[in-house]
Design a protein. Structure first.
Lengths: 335, 453
């Protein structure tokens, strides 16, 4: 899960790094004029050769495995051919056909995307609310802020293990609910598992939204608060028309990273439900894992991974265009 | 930003691809050993790499055992032994895949018995010749039952038995006596009947975990084999046989019809069942091994429990229809030597040392696993170990096919998907049939690939 960690850290850096920036400028288009001037400067004599070490690493750890993965997806690669895998029989699109027509892949994609989206839709307001609530100084704010971060700093494995223990039949959650007369049934098996997964994911990931929302709030100028107060804006109007526009960039980023993180999350469903997973939580990473490491169909699972990559890349691309996160001229993506 | 989103996208594939392609592992860049005048392998200045599972119950003892055996091996051959451990089956698999692909890594692997067929299918491990068997001390030195899952037939064997860990059941002597039962059940029908007598209030006749990752398929396998269906017959999977359905019905029936297990056990793994038995709330503890001894001896029922063979007569039958009793799956650890190893003679010498009678007895004393060495097994006198030794001799191997992993997963999956029904108190017959049919289809497809492979 090291790739996840790098997602989580880097955008936070970016957001934090750009936070002080609007202070230099005024108004809602921070850095627009200055950006143009600086661009002219920075494009001249850029020491591009300094990208070589990083670029080489990128090629080794991202491009090469990606290409290998694609190559594997057209091989009949299993435990019988693994040893001389380069010369495993080439079977063209067969793996892809099997993945789409005769495997739970599409169901898994549906589960993954819907669960990620659900978790995201709930964590967004939660995270924003928590950030707004701890924006103004009050006694004990540092403690509250630290407590908010606990779910985020706990390793996924620990979170999943603790929740699994609590949600066991006759476990602490069942008993607590029983005292108020609610009997929910099984959490870790059957149709409810989907909601269990969403619930635990929400618990574990809302502080990430909170963090980015907080960084967005920090970038709101003091003058802006004063000006809106002078104009007589009440708290909701102030929040809606003055503060939220500042959050658009960080939260778009949070949404994107959060979705990718949820879709990629293997540890949580794996530890919560084990393999074979109940049919209602057989999400993409679990399916790919089982196909690879329980059934040893490496070629098929590479095809599955590739199909899901494409399926996720399309909406992601559209989304990136829409929020212009990849556009250096907009506030969301200052470099 | 563009860079980062690419990273995000690539992660999905990278995760899979990285695991497979591996980043290479520390190889043993040593040249071959030679045999000196007195027939001993001379390994002076060489290092043998051994990969074994971590024994989480005995971390200190394992380290001690490793350094002791390394010293003995050094005295004998002059070579060092470097141990590496894996924490989980998943860990082990990753190591094996990496090594298989890259052609370097440990010289010797410790493998669980049911994983041996899959490892054999990769052809990355030495199939032992007669000379190789001589080098590890001869085939005769091993408990012959333990050789049952070393290879597809007697002439093609890669797995060298190291320890046996047969499955038995434990029973609470007091609870059985209180219910007027004078000896533990030998058929599954009798077991259910006895369990009913013992079930009272919060005490249940049987402790077992329906959410365990392994136990469920072992029950189904055992009951099917005992009814004369070994599940795999040549290239045919026989999971759609009535014996399999009957096995599931019996296994689920403990909860839904007989009501002799704690309803909470739908969420239990094996260790929860051990805990329930240890608290004195269950008559029988199913599907356990000698590894439960430390827990039980420290519990409220210390001295009040005993091990015995699990029933060997299939549900609805009056005698076992299998050749041999099939009291347990053939369970334990095998050792395999990597085909790419450049010091195979040294590897065989090491295996010879640790499968010798004295070392095997020493290992048994420390860790509780039964010896695979026939002489050592016969010399065990502790009455508590008697039923375990019996079970080791009456163990039956699971089918030797590279498709076994898939078949096992299918058997287990039927239980996993049935758990919600189980919790509701009734497993619908047609739903069960459908699940078995799915498992049959997937397993058969896997067997078809195995026969081509």
């Amino acid at each position: 899960m090291s790739t996840d960690a790098s997602h989580e850290v880097r955008p936070a850096d970016t957001a934090a790094g750009r936070a002080p920036r609007p202070a230099d400028d005024t108004g809602r288009q921070p850095g627009h004029k200055g950006g143009l001037r600086r661009k002219g400067l920075s494009e001249r004599n850029r020491p591009l050769w300094m990208l070589i070490p990083g670029g080489a690493l990128m090629i080794i750890i991202i491009v090469v495995p990606l290409l290998l993965g694609i190559y594997m997806s057209v091989l009949n690669l299993d435990q019988y051919t693994l040893r001389k895998w380069i010369s495993a029989p080439l079977i063209g699109a067969e793996n892809f056909v099997e993945a789409v027509t005769n495997s739970p892949l599409l169901h898994a994609v549906w589960l993954s995307v819907s669960y990620s989206l659900l978790a995201m839709v709930v964590t967004l307001p939660l995270g924003i609310a928590a950030a707004v609530a701890t924006q103004n100084a009050f006694k004990g704010r540092a403690v509250i802020r630290s407590i908010f971060l606990i779910p985020y700093v706990l390793p996924s494995f620990v979170v999943a293990t603790v929740w699994r223990t609590m949600l066991q039949p006759g476990g602490i959650v069942d008993e607590a609910l029983a005292t108020v007369g609610i009997h929910v049934g099984l959490w870790l098996n059957g149709p409810q598992t989907f909601w269990t997964l969403v619930l635990v994911q929400i618990w574990a990931s809302w502080p990430f939204i909170y963090l980015l929302a907080l960084s967005g709030l920090q970038s709101v100028d003091h003058e802006v608060h004063e000006a809106s107060a002078l104009d007589g804006a009440l708290w909701w109007n102030k929040l809606r028309y003055v503060v939220f526009p500042y959050l658009k960039g960080p939260l778009s980023l949070a949404f994107l990273i959060g979705m990718l993180h949820h879709i990629n999350n293997f540890t949580l469903p794996f530890v919560l439900f084990g393999v074979p997973a109940p049919a209602d939580v057989e999400v993409l990473p679990i399916l790919t894992y089982v196909t690879s490491f329980q059934s040893f169909r490496f070629g098929l699972s590479a095809a599955m991974a590739f199909i899901s990559l494409v399926l996720i890349a399309i909406p992601l691309f559209v989304y990136l265009r829409a929020v212009k996160l990849d556009d250096a001229d907009t506030p969301g993506a200052k470099k | 930003m563009r860079f980062k989103s690419t990273t995000g996208l690539a992660a999905i594939v990278t995760a899979a691809a990285l695991a497979l392609t591996g980043c290479g592992s520390g190889g043993s860049g040593n040249s071959g050993g030679s045999t000196n005048a007195n027939g001993k392998v001379d390994g002076t200045g060489k290092t043998l790499n051994v990969l074994v599972g971590v024994l989480s119950q005995y971390p200190e003892q394992q380290k001690q055992w490793q350094s002791d055996i390394a010293a003995k091996f050094k005295a004998e051959t002059g070579a060092d032994v470097k141990f590496e451990t894996f924490a989980s089956a998943n860990d082990e698999l990753t190591r094996i895949q990496t090594s298989v692909v890259s052609g370097q890594g440990p010289d010797i692997y410790g493998l669980g018995t049911t994983f041996t067929p899959t490892a054999y299918a990769t052809k990355a491990f030495v199939t032992l010749s007669d000379d190789d068997w001589k080098a590890v001390g001869g085939k005769d030195r091993f408990n012959q039952a333990a050789l049952g899952i070393s290879g597809p037939d007697k002439d093609h064997q890669a797995g060298i038995p190291f320890v046996s860990r047969p499955f038995v059941m434990a029973y609470n002597k007091d609870l059985l006596a209180a219910a007027g039962i004078d000896k533990p059940a030998t058929s599954w029908d009798e077991l259910a009947a006895q369990a009913k007598k013992m079930t009272k209030g919060d005490t249940y006749g049987i402790a077992t975990g329906y959410k365990d990752n392994f136990d469920p398929w072992k029950f189904i396998w055992a009951m099917s084999v005992q009814a004369g269906n070994p599940l795999v017959d040549g290239n045919k999977l026989k999971m759609d046989d009535p014996t399999v359905k009957k096995a599931y019905e019996t296994y689920f029936g403990w909860l839904t019809n007989d009501k002799v297990v704690d309803p909470a056990s739908v969420g239990w793994s094996n260790s929860n069942a051990v805990a329930a038995f240890a608290s004195g709330k269950a008559g029988y503890l199913m599907m356990t091994t000698s590894s439960s001894i430390p827990t039980l001896d420290k519990s409220a029922i210390a001295g009040k429990y005993e091990y015995t063979l699990m029933p060997t007569i299939a549900p609805g039958e009056t005698q076992s229809k299998s050749d041999g009793d099939a009291a347990s799956i053939l369970s334990g650890d095998n050792l395999v030597v990597a085909d790419y190893s450049k010091q195979k003679d040294l590897a065989f010498a090491y295996i010879k040392l640790i499968t010798s009678k004295d070392e095997q007895l020493n290992y048994q004393k420390t860790f509780g696993d039964l010896p695979a060495n026939a002489e050592a097994l016969a010399s065990l006198t502790d009455p508590k170990l008697k039923p375990l030794a019996d079970a080791a001799a009456k163990s039956k191997a699971t089918p030797f096919t590279g498709a076994w992993g898939d078949i096992q997963l299918g058997l287990l999956n039927v239980t996993v998907q049935s758990v919600p029904d189980l919790a509701a108190g009734k497993v619908d017959e047609s739903a069960l049939e459908q699940r078995i049919k799915d498992a049959q289809n997937k397993g058969q497809a896997s067997l078809d690939r195995a026969s081509k492979g």
